[in-house]
Write a protein that binds this ligand. Structure first.
Ligand code: SAM
Length: 242
């Protein structure tokens, strides 16, 4: 690499539509020597790579598997392996980009890889480019006003077990964005019905991707499996924008 300084960029590529990839992320992909993508053992082909495909050309793509486990201790070796390979390439002068779905610093594996990279690479070669989050895209797709005036917005990942944290957020905040709904979808719908908020919510899955599905009829979701890759936006007050 002619003694060139290597660089590392984490790129948020938005929720799916290639037109929602920023010009900066697109340019960095086109200029990169190597593309790194997280690959979920369950989701199969990386969605982030699918979004970037039109810009990747024949560049080398390194896919790192990050199993769908919650235990940090079990996952740490996978993050460390990815970070070691990236640090090695950057050390050899390569421009490496790491692709993520949505925004790279919002509930992304990238955050963990970043922590590992900071142990070996200087801050000056590590950079991030923000992306359109899934919930910003869901709000845009439904013209759903997330916040007005002094309203408070909470972003809450739905826990696997007790929905207490979701209930408390719904009691306390004006707008609640529920992410990682997954198998808890029927339980979340029942909670919203119980709290009288189901009429003020919108469900959006696979936003800006093939198979996008959006509905305000939450009762229709009680017995189906649409929770994967979905968000629910809930607004306590009407809001001028709705
Ligand atoms: C690991 S987090 C990634 C979040 C992502 N970095 C972002 O900025 O939105 C995965 C969760 O994001 C949400 N998500 C990501 N992409 C989505 C999409 N296209 N449509 C709906 N929800 C999406 C879902 O709640 C999913 O469970």
């Amino acid at each position: 690499m002619d003694g060139r300084q290597g660089t590392f960029w984490g790129l948020g590529l938005g929720p799916g539509d290639p037109e929602l990839v920023t010009l900066k992320a697109r340019r960095l992909i086109q200029e990169a020597d190597c593309i790194v993508v997280p690959k979920s053992s369950i989701a199969g082909e990386s969605l982030a790579l699918e979004i970037a495909r039109p810009f990747v050309g024949d560049k080398p793509v390194l896919q790192f598997e990050f199993p769908m486990r919650r235990n940090e201790r079990e996952l740490a070796p996978y993050w460390a392996a990815a970070a070691a390979e990236i640090a090695d390439r950057v050390g050899r002068g390569e421009r490496v980009v790491f692709l993520t779905l949505g925004d790279c610093l919002t509930y992304s594996t990238y955050c963990y890889v970043l922590q590992e990279l900071r142990k070996t690479l200087p801050e000056s070669v590590i950079h991030s480019v923000p992306g359109v989050t899934s919930f910003a895209a869901a709000a845009a797709a439904t013209s759903f006003s997330l916040g007005e005036k002094d309203e408070r917005i909470a972003v809450v990942p739905v826990p696997r077990g007790d929905l207490g944290p979701v209930r408390r957020a719904l009691e306390e905040y004006d707008t609640v964005v529920l992410m990682k709904v997954a198998k808890q979808l029927p339980a979340v719908v029942r909670l919203l019905q119980e709290m009288g908020l189901d009429g003020q919510a919108v469900f959006a899955s696979h936003v800006s991707q093939d198979g996008e599905f959006i509905t305000r009829d939450l009762a229709s979701l009680l017995d189906n499996e649409r929770g994967y890759l979905s968000v629910i936006l809930v607004r306590r007050r009407g809001g001028d924008g709705r």
